[in-house]
Design a protein around this ligand. Structure first.
Ligand code: AMP
Ligand code: MG
Length: 424
C-alpha cells in the first residue's frame, strides 16, 4: 500500500470544508454483536430481513365476525355462528352461505370468509346466531397476508439508527442480536493553568473547568461513556504526558490552549508527538480557533477554551465524527427553516452560529428569537437556546423577518403544553 499523501495543514477552511476533511478520514469502527436490550441508539451495521410474511395469512383487523360479503347484500340478515376464532387459533371450518365466525383482532380468517364486520355493527341473538343490520363492503377490516412485510424484504437498512420502533421490528423478525459498529473510546482533556477542577475548593481567581463536563455530557448524549483525563497545566512536559495517554483512545478532545496565546502549547506539543494536523482555524463564530489532527487511527480535536465555542464546535465537528464512527447514516442535527423575530448579527466571511429560542407564530410557522447574549463565554445563553441559527458567511447579519436554518438542540425536542399544565 502506498503511504497516505499528507496535505499541508489548511488554515481558514469553511465549516463544510472542515467537516469534509474530518469525515473523509473516518470509516465506521469494527462491528460487534449486541442484544436488543443494549441496542437502543446504536446504528445497524447490517441489513435486516423479514423472516416471513406479516401478517402470515389474512387476519381480522377488528373484534367482530368473519362473513361472506355476498350474504349481506340484503340486510338486516341473521347468520349462524359456526366457530369462535382467537388470535393464534387455526380455523377448522369453511364458511358456507348463511354462516359466520366470531373472530378476534389478529386471528386468521376462516376459509370462505372475505370480510369482517365489527362487533359494534352487529346484534347478538340466541342459539349461536347474530344479526347484521347494515351491509359491508367486500374486504372490510381484513389485513392481507404480507401487507406489512414480505418474507426476505429488507425491513431495516444498514446505518439506520436503532430507535424503539426499530427494536420492535427486530423483535418481530426474531433478531435477538444485531451487528453494530463498536462504540468509539473517547478521552477528554482540559488545558490551562487557570482552571479549577470540580472537586477543588472555590478560588475566585480561577476559572471553573466546565468544558470537561460539558463535553462529557455531549459525548454521553450520543450513548458513549467518555474518560475524563483531567486538567493539564500550561507546561509542555505535563501536557505531553496527558496527550500521550489521550492518543491511546479513538478520539481525543482537548479544550483550551489551541489559539495563539503565549501559553497555547497544545498544537506544538501534538506536533512533537507526530500528530498530523489537518486544519486549524475555521471561518466560524464562535469556535474560530478549532484544530483537527490524526495519529494513525486516533482523531484529535483541539477545541477552543471558551465554553460556548467548545460546545458549538462539538456540535459541528465532533458529533458527526462520532456518529460516523458508530456507523450512523444520519450525521447532522436536523435543521428547519425559521423566520427571525429580531435581527441577528454576524460578520461577513464567517458563518455565525446564533443561539436562539424557538416559538410558533399564529400560522404555526417557527420563528426564532436570537438570545440577547451571543458572547462565547456566556454558557447560560446555551442553556436557553433551542437552536443554533446558521447565518451563512456571505451575509452581513440577517434582518428581522429573514429566514435562517436552525439546527435543533435538545431543548427543541420537547415543548410545554399550557393547557395540560393548567390541569396538572
Ligand atoms: P484558551 O482557548 O485556552 O485561550 O481559553 C479561552 C478562554 O476559555 C479562557 O478564558 C479560558 O479561561 C477559558 N477556558 C479554557 N478552558 C476552559 C475549561 N476547561 N472550562 C471553562 N473555561 C475554559
Ligand atoms: Mg488557555
Amino acid at each position: 500500500m502506498n503511504p497516505p499523501i499528507e496535505t499541508p495543514m489548511a488554515i481558514g477552511l469553511s465549516v463544510s470544508e472542515a467537516q469534509t476533511c474530518i469525515l473523509d478520514r473516518i470509516v465506521p469502527l469494527e462491528t460487534e454483536e449486541i442484544g436488543l436490550a443494549q441496542a437502543l441508539g446504536r446504528a445497524l451495521a447490517e441489513e435486516v430481513y423479514a423472516n416471513r410474511d406479516l401478517p402470515p395469512y389474512n387476519v381480522s383487523a377488528m373484534d367482530g365476525f368473519a362473513v361472506r360479503a355476498a350474504d349481506l347484500f340484503e340486510v338486516p340478515r341473521t347468520l349462524q355462528i359456526i366457530e369462535d376464532i382467537k388470535a393464534g387459533d387455526t380455523p377448522r371450518l369453511t364458511l358456507q352461505p348463511g354462516q359466520c365466525a366470531k373472530i378476534m383482532t389478529g386471528a386468521p380468517l376462516p376459509p370462505g370468509a372475505d370480510t369482517v364486520v365489527r362487533v359494534e355493527d352487529t346484534r347478538p341473538l340466541e342459539n349461536d346466531k347474530a344479526e347484521f343490520p347494515i351491509s359491508v363492503k367486500l374486504g372490510t377490516d381484513i389485513r392481507l397476508r404480507g401487507e406489512n412485510m414480505r418474507q426476505s424484504d429488507v425491513v431495516l437498512q444498514a446505518g439506520e439508527e436503532i430507535t424503539p420502533a426499530a427494536i420492535s421490528v427486530l423483535a418481530t423478525v426474531k433478531r435477538a442480536k444485531v451487528k453494530v459498529a463498536r462504540k468509539p473510546r473517547v478521552a477528554i482533556l482540559s488545558n490551562g493553568d487557570e482552571l479549577e477542577a470540580l472537586d477543588e475548593p472555590l478560588d475566585l481567581r480561577k476559572i471553573p473547568d466546565s468544558n470537561s463536563h460539558a463535553l462529557m455530557a455531549q459525548v454521553q448524549n450520543l450513548g458513549i461513556e467518555p474518560a475524563l483525563l483531567g486538567i493539564a497545566r500550561d507546561k509542555p512536559d505535563e501536557l505531553t504526558s496527558f496527550l500521550k495517554r489521550g492518543l491511546e483512545y479513538d478520539i481525543l478532545l482537548i479544550s483550551g490552549g489551541t489559539s495563539v496565546g503565549d501559553h497555547d502549547y497544545v498544537r506544538p506539543t501534538l506536533a512533537a508527538l507526530n500528530v498530523v494536523m489537518h486544519f486549524w482555524r475555521v471561518e466560524m463564530r464562535p469556535g474560530h480557533p478549532i484544530a483537527f489532527g490524526t495519529l494513525g487511527n486516533a482523531f484529535v480535536f483541539c477545541l477552543p477554551g471558551n465554553p460556548v465555542s467548545s460546545m458549538v464546535c462539538f456540535e459541528q465537528f465532533v458529533s458527526p465524527a462520532l456518529r460516523r464512527l458508530m456507523g450512523h447514516r444520519r450525521l447532522f442535527r436536523r435543521t428547519i427553516p425559521v423566520r427571525l423575530a429580531q435581527a441577528a448579527k454576524s460578520r461577513q466571511g464567517r458563518i455565525e452560529f446564533v443561539r436562539a429560542t424557538l416559538s410558533r407564530d399564529t400560522s404555526g410557522d417557527y420563528i426564532a428569537t436570537p438570545d440577547a447574549s451571543q458572547s462565547s463565554g456566556d454558557i447560560l445563553s446555551m442553556t436557553r437556546a433551542d437552536a443554533l441559527l446558521a447565518v451563512p458567511s456571505e451575509h452581513n447579519g440577517l434582518a428581522m423577518g429573514e429566514t435562517a436554518q436552525a439546527q435543533l438542540l435538545e431543548t427543541a425536542m420537547w415543548q410545554h403544553s399550557p393547557n395540560i399544565e393548567k390541569i396538572l
